[in-house]
Design a protein around this ligand. Structure first.
Ligand SMILES: C[S@@+](CC[C@H](N)C(=O)[O-])C[C@H]1O[C@@H](n2cnc3c(N)ncnc32)[C@H](O)[C@@H]1O
Length: 294
């Protein structure tokens, strides 16, 4: 049967061969990636593969799969970029080489934002700086139906993807998308919550990074010499942008958390809080502008 066949013939054969080839090449999620790509090549849901393990694969299907496997294993393109889709906060989002593929740890930022906006029906003004695919803005919009959300990015190509995602999810009328640097596009306005997952990798990290990161925009990843350039600007200028009692929540690398927390205090923000990701690493720092009294 399949074990003696000279070339893989069934779904299970293909999965086995591809999984071990990916693993040999150092791809951590080898089996999952093989399944996602095979499901795409066959035009079925991933769960279908499990029901059809012994089903033979046609030569056309095999050719399609082989090309996807080459892009993943040789070119090291992330699966999400190959498929053009990524799940985030149970939303299915379009992605392209113009945006960062939304990461699971960024759900910590969404959780912090929801904690900072406890009123489910509140009409809070929310700003997402560096929205990329729109992941964070759309996740917040999906949970806070009356929030008024503005999302910005320096990249017009990223904003196009964010717009497509907002359209597809039926949220286009709830999200204002603006192009520009840092708080520039919203100068003179104020917000109840400002969130950002800015580029925060340090230059020194560049050489040791996984090859997959070469397929994401430099500007989405690197934040200057120590990775702190955008974070520093966002904290420093936050008091001028936050409404009284408004909050700031920033994603960062775990080692950056103490410094960013100190900057928040130095900027006059209170209630400085760290949120941990699923791996228990500090991943988000939040802080609040004092509410004006009297
Ligand atoms: C790490 S990605 C985050 C994307 C998305 N928010 C997410 O969490 O998946 C950072 C984003 O910030 C944008 N960006 C970088 N520098 C910026 C700046 N100075 N002002 C506004 N956006 C910036 C990049 O284009 C990129 O889309």
């Amino acid at each position: 049967m399949s074990g003696t066949a000279p070339t893989p013939r069934t779904i299970l054969d293909l999965l086995r061969v591809t999984t071990s080839w990916f693993a040999e090449r150092g791809i951590e999620s080898a089996r999952l990636d093989a399944e996602c790509l095979l499901a795409a090549a066959l035009g079925v849901e991933r769960v279908r593969l499990y029901l059809d393990f012994e089903k033979p694969v046609t030569p056309d299907e095999r050719d399609r799969f082989r090309e996807l496997v080459r892009r993943r294993g040789v070119d090291r393109v992330p699966v999400a970029q190959i498929l053009g889709r990524k799940e985030f906060w149970s939303l299915s989002l379009a992605v392209s080489p113009a945006v960062l593929v939304p990461r699971p740890e960024t759900e910590t930022l969404v959780q912090a934002a929801l904690d900072l906006l406890p009123d489910r029906d509140g009409e809070a003004r929310v700003l997402d700086v560096g929205t990329g695919s729109g992941a964070v803005a759309l996740a917040i919009a999906s949970e806070r139906g009356k929030a008024r959300i503005t999302a910005t990015d320096v990249s017009p190509d990223a904003l196009e993807i964010a717009r497509a995602n907002a359209d597809e999810l039926g949220m286009a009328d709830r999200i204002e998308l603006l192009e520009g640097d840092l708080y520039g596009p919203v100068a003179g306005r104020s917000f109840d919550l400002v969130v950002s997952n800015p580029p925060y990798l340090a230059e020194a990290e560049r050489s040791g990074l996984a090859p997959e990161l070469a397929h994401e925009p430099d500007r989405a990843l690197f934040g200057g010499e120590e990775g702190l350039d955008v974070l520093a600007a966002l904290v420093e200028e936050a008091p001028g942008l936050l409404a009284a009692g408004g909050a700031l929540a920033l994603e960062l690398a775990p080692a950056q958390a103490p410094r960013v927390a100190d900057w928040c205090r130095a900027a006059g923000l209170l209630e400085v809080t760290q949120y941990r990701d699923l791996a228990e690493r500090p991943r988000v720092v939040s802080a609040r502008l004092p509410a004006v009294s009297g």
